[in-house]
Design a protein. Structure first.
Length: 419
């Protein structure tokens, strides 16, 4: 990352949780904005030194400066103006706000902030009005922000997402951003980001585009939505496993990755994609197991044209071409720590790509829209269709390496698109 300082206005960040803090790291190192304004919305510890400690140190990635700049780096987080709650982080001014939790009450206008990245996870329905008692994403717009980027998928409870909303993933559909129309932007989730970059090269390949059905499971690191030790579920809780100890449990749970994927790659709607998640007790790095069934053709020897080598060539081509710097192809045997912090939306584990080809017998009489006269003209109403089932594995650092970096790139794209 290089220091650029292209914009005169600071970037706003709402929340200093896992993604909020790592956004501070990313943008302090990148230097695209001249400063950051971080809203925490409440006191932290005994004084501002506690905030410095939160930013400087991390139990997953270690010391910020060593992680970003190397082992010889010295601590760079310090207070430069106590009265204004002003810090310096890696040479960048970072102002800390601690008064307001409701987005409508955060005075972004006074701070000169045009773009806010909301990392709280608390405002996932963009149709909620800015007057809602518990706050809403739209409150940021009332408070002076022009664009809001939400670091999770939208969950619209009404009839549909408002017209000023859009879901964008860097490297997939980020060019669809229209600054004249879109004011609330979902950056989807870490899993959807990685999944989209796995699916994109397949759908764009003539050889592998004929997908019959697909599904995925993510073996996912723990998140703060789980409890460290067993706890009593809250009233109305549906996912009781998330209150079991994250230290000791494999937790079967849901993910909205399939639905969010449809927002950024609409062709997926025709496939009937399914997704699920298994949480495991590690702090970061996750794995997508993508299962795809293709209608395939056979060569002169009766072998499928879609096989392990063909699929790996598709991913290798994407890694060196259209998705360079976003998709990484690997021929080594990785474990989670090997991809921690790696700047990539997804790392394809090419050594584990597998395919198996078989036949599906289809009774044409059971298909809708075929007339009896057409069936009578057929010598054989049952056809055998060759299909290939494939399994592809993709690693992603669900916190910094994959998601925060892709979120940072999307934020810069939005900023550069504003007049």
């Amino acid at each position: 990352m290089t220091t650029e300082h292209r914009h005169g206005q600071p970037l706003g960040i709402n929340g200093l949780g896992r993604i909020g803090k790592l956004c501070v790291w990313h943008h302090a190192a990148r230097g695209h904005f001249p400063g950051l304004v971080v809203n925490i919305g409440r006191p932290v510890g005994r004084d501002l030194d506690a905030v410095c400690g939160v930013i400087q140190n991390d139990s997953t990635y270690g010391n910020m400066d060593r992680f970003l700049f190397g082992v010889a780096a010295t601590p760079s987080v310090r207070i430069i103006d106590l009265e204004r709650n002003l810090l310096e982080v890696a040479g960048m001014p970072v102002r800390i706000l601690q008064e307001a939790r409701n987005p409508a009450d955060i005075n972004w206008r006074k701070e000169g902030v045009r773009i806010v990245v909301d990392t709280t996870g608390a405002f996932d329905d963009p149709s909620v009005p800015e007057t809602a008692a518990k706050g809403s994403l739209r409150g940021h717009l009332v408070a002076g922000a022009e664009k809001v980027i939400y670091s999770a998928a939208f969950k619209v409870k009404g009839a549909g997402a408002p017209e000023d909303c859009i879901t964008l993933i860097n490297g997939i559909n980020h060019t669809a951003f229209d600054p004249s129309r879109h004011h609330l932007i979902s950056a989807a989730s870490c899993t959807t980001t990685a999944l989209a970059h796995m699916v994109k090269p397949l759908l764009e390949s003539m050889q592998a585009a004929n997908v019959m059905t697909a599904s995925m499971s993510t073996v996912h690191a723990v998140t703060n939505s789980q409890t460290v030790l067993d706890a009593v579920p809250g009233s109305g809780a549906k996912d009781l496993r998330r209150t079991r100890s994250a230290l000791n449990s494999m937790v079967l749970t849901s993910t909205n990755a399939a639905r969010a994927l449809e927002e950024v790659i609409p062709e997926i709607r025709e496939i009937g994609f399914m997704a699920d998640s298994v949480r495991i007790p590690i702090p970061t790095e996750s794995l997508i197991i993508l299962n795809v069934t293709f209608q395939t053709r056979l060569d002169a020897h009766g072998d499928s044209l879609i096989n392990r080598k063909a699929l790996n060539r598709i991913f290798q081509s994407a890694a060196g071409g259209a998705q360079a710097g976003l998709l990484v192809y690997s021929n080594v045997q990785n474990v989670p720590r090997d991809v921690m912090g790696m700047r990539a939306a997804v790392v394809i584990e090419g050594t584990e790509t597998h395919t198996r080809t078989g036949f599906v017998e289809i009774d044409l009489g059971s298909l809708p829209g075929i007339s009896e006269s057409a069936l009578a003209a057929l010598s054989q109403p049952v056809v055998r269709v060759p299909v290939t089932h494939a399994k592809v594995f993709g690693w992603y650092d669900n916190e910094y390496g994959s998601y925060t970096n892709m979120l940072g790139d999307l934020t810069v794209h939005v900023a550069d698109s504003l007049p």
